[in-house]
Write a protein that binds this ligand. Structure first.
Ligand SMILES: Nc1ncnc2c1ncn2[C@@H]1O[C@H](COP(=O)(O)OP(=O)(O)OP(=O)(O)O)[C@@H](O)[C@H]1O
Length: 224
C-alpha cells in the first residue's frame, strides 16, 4: 500500500499571549495520500496557517506526531527536518514572496539549483512549468512587472519546481480579485494534478474547495 505523504496524529499547538493561553490546535488527526488534493476550510483565526506551519516543519512548539513520507519529524534533528521539508514539500503563500531582483524564470530556477539540479535542466523545467501556467511570454519579467495573478502563478511554478510530494498552500489566491483567483486556482489544481503531487490548500472559499478531492474543516481546534 502507498505510504501517506503526511500523517498527523494528536497534533496540538498552544500560544501564550499576555498571560493567557490559547489552545489553537487541540488534537489534529489527518492523513493525506499521494496525489490527493485536500481543501482546508475554517473561520479566520481557527488555526489553518498554524496547521500548515506544523506540517511544513517551519516552527517548533507542536505536540503529537507529524510524519512526512513516513518519517517522524520530532525524531529528527533540525537538519533532518530541513531535509524533509526540502525534499518533500513545496509552499505557496497568500503573498508571492518572489525575489524582486530576479525574473520569473530565475525565481523558478533558483530553488532547483539549490537542490542540486544542473542549470540547463532547471531552466527547462522552469520554462515548462511557467509555460503550462500561461506565462511563456513573461519569463524575463521581474515580479514588479507582473500582475498579481501572474506573480501568484510564478509562485505556484516555484513551489512545484522540485517535484514535491506535497504542496502546502495558505490562501494562495487570497489577495486576488474573484475572477483572477478562480482562474489561478484552477490552473494551480490542474498543474498539481498533472504533476501527481498531493496538496493541502487553506482557503475561505467554499466554492473553490468543492473542486478539490476532499474538504476538511478546522473548528475549535479540531478537524472534521
Ligand atoms: N505566534 C503567535 N503568538 C500568539 N498567537 C498566535 C501566534 N500565531 C497564531 N496565533 C493565534 O492562533 C490563532 C490561529 O491563527 P492562524 O493564523 O493559524 O489562523 P487562520 O485560520 O490561518 O486565520 P486566517 O484565516 O485569518 O488566516 C489566532 O487566534 C492567532 O492569533
Amino acid at each position: 500500500m502507498n505510504e501517506p505523504v503526511v500523517s498527523l496524529a494528536g497534533v496540538t499547538r498552544s500560544f501564550e499571549q499576555g498571560g493567557v493561553r490559547i489552545d489553537v490546535l487541540r488534537g489534529i488527526d489527518l492523513t493525506v495520500m499521494p496525489g490527493e488534493i485536500v481543501a482546508l476550510l475554517g473561520p479566520s483565526g481557527s488555526g489553518k496557517s498554524t496547521m500548515l506551519q506544523a506540517i511544513g516543519l517551519l516552527e517548533g512548539g507542536f505536540g503529537g506526531s507529524i510524519r512526512i513520507a513516513g518519517v517522524e519529524a520530532a525524531d529528527q534533528p533540525s537538519s533532518g527536518r530541513t531535509a524533509l521539508r526540502r525534499e518533500h514539500i513545496g509552499f505557496v503563500y497568500q503573498f508571492h514572496h518572489l525575489l524582486p531582483d530576479f525574473n520569473a524564470l530565475e525565481n523558478v530556477v533558483l530553488p532547483q539549483l539549490i537542490a542540486g539540479t544542473p542549470r540547463e535542466a532547471a531552466e527547462g523545467r522552469a520554462g515548462e512549468l511557467l509555460g503550462a501556467l500561461g506565462l511563456a511570454k513573461r519569463l524575463d519579467h521581474r515580479p514588479s512587472q507582473l500582475s498579481g495573478g501572474e506573480q501568484q502563478r510564478v509562485a505556484v511554478a516555484r513551489a512545484l519546481a522540485n517535484r514535491p510530494a506535497l504542496v502546502l498552500a495558505d490562501e494562495p489566491t487570497g489577495n486576488l480579485d474573484e475572477a483572477t483567483a478562480d482562474k489561478v486556482l484552477e490552473q494551480f489544481l490542474q498543474l498539481v494534478r498533472g504533476e501527481g503531487s498531493a496538496a493541502l490548500i487553506a482557503t475561505h472559499n467554499e466554492r473553490l474547495a468543492l473542486a478539490m478531492d476532499r474538504v476538511v474543516r478546522l473548528h475549535d481546534g479540531h478537524l472534521s
